[in-house]
Design a protein. Structure first.
Length: 316
């Protein structure tokens, strides 16, 4: 404690270790929310009378250097940061204008800080307007409650500071703002309804398609069987070709059409100069003879042209 007291005395400058923090992250938001609540600036300005100059750590002690916007003096605010308790600031500010030496290049660029402040003020203003609108819609006749949100001229502070009593409530407000629901988006609801309708139609069409497939399966099987029978009959007509000649069409009988089979076998016949009189069953067994001795009677089995020949001979 004595060393800490000596360190906090005005006097010698000391270089501190910068703590890893960026504008807008969790620790920055906690620091900003605390000083904005603890040391508020002008009414409706949504900022503090101090700005964050830098965040440092020395011998395990974390602290922030704050600069007064009015007299530009520097103040140190110690804080702790643990997983259990989170951000716990010290309620005491210690002036370190003489002992603190600003870095040549500030830890937080002024332009970035101003951009954060503008965005923060815009969000806070929108949140308060939204709360006021909801309050007025729920209690349209209770104007006294609406007037309670106006600033207190005696204190120079918003009278509804209870909405941002501590850092925890501010963080909850931000979390609620992030956890929005897609069901509240009109376009999303319309697209989801259209998608559900298309899914229903697709399921119905898929069921109908499966039913039709089951119905036409026997017909397709019958048609294929009939076509295969016609193809087999066509192959059988080319009796004059060997099995080797017909091997290709027999192997691919399901791939080739009836016309393809006929064309392929016909080409093979032409190439092989096949005679179409090779059917042993159609060949005559021998020379056909007829008895031309006319004994006054005609054989019933005698061909007509033979009978005509006998009739001509008798006339002569």
């Amino acid at each position: 404690m004595n060393e800490l007291k000596e360190f906090m005395k005005e006097g010698g400058a000391k270089v501190f270790t910068q703590y890893a923090i960026e504008i807008g992250d969790g620790l920055w938001n906690s620091l900003w929310s605390y000083i904005e609540t603890k040391y508020p600036g002008e009414p409706n300005s949504y900022c503090s009378v101090y700005r964050i100059e830098g965040v440092y750590e020395d011998a395990g002690q974390k602290f922030a250097i704050l600069q007064s916007r009015q007299d530009q003096k520097y103040y140190r605010m110690d804080f702790s940061l643990t997983d259990v308790e989170g951000f716990v600031p010290s309620e005491t500010l210690i002036e370190v204008t003489k002992s603190y030496t600003p870095a040549a290049e500030p830890q937080f660029a002024l332009a970035d800080v101003e951009a954060f402040e503008t965005d923060y003020a815009s969000k806070k203003k929108a949140e308060e307007e939204d709360k006021n609108n909801k309050s007025n819609s729920q209690n349209p006749d209770n104007n006294s409650e609406g007037d309670g949100n106006k600033e207190d001229p005696d204190k120079g502070e918003p009278s509804n500071k209870s909405d941002k009593n501590d850092n925890g409530e501010n963080d909850d407000d931000k979390k609620k703002k992030k956890n929005y629901s897609l069901e509240d988006v009109v376009e999303y609801t319309e697209l989801k309804a259209q998608y559900d309708e298309l899914q229903t139609k697709f399921a119905a069409l898929e069921t109908e398609n499966n039913s039709l497939k089951e119905q036409i399966a026997p017909l397709a099987e019958f048609k294929n069987a009939a076509e295969k029978k016609d193809k087999e009959d066509m192959i059988a007509k080319f009796y004059m070709l060997s099995d080797e000649d017909k091997a290709d069409v027999v192997k691919n009988i399901d791939k080739y059409s009836l016309d393809d089979i006929e064309a392929k076998l016909s080409v093979i016949c032409v190439r092989n100069k096949v005679s179409f009189d090779l059917d042993e069953n159609n060949k005559p067994n021998g020379a056909t003879t007829f008895n031309l001795n006319n004994n006054g009677s005609e054989d019933d089995d005698m061909p007509a042209w033979v009978k005509a020949a006998f009739a001509t001979a008798n006339k002569n």
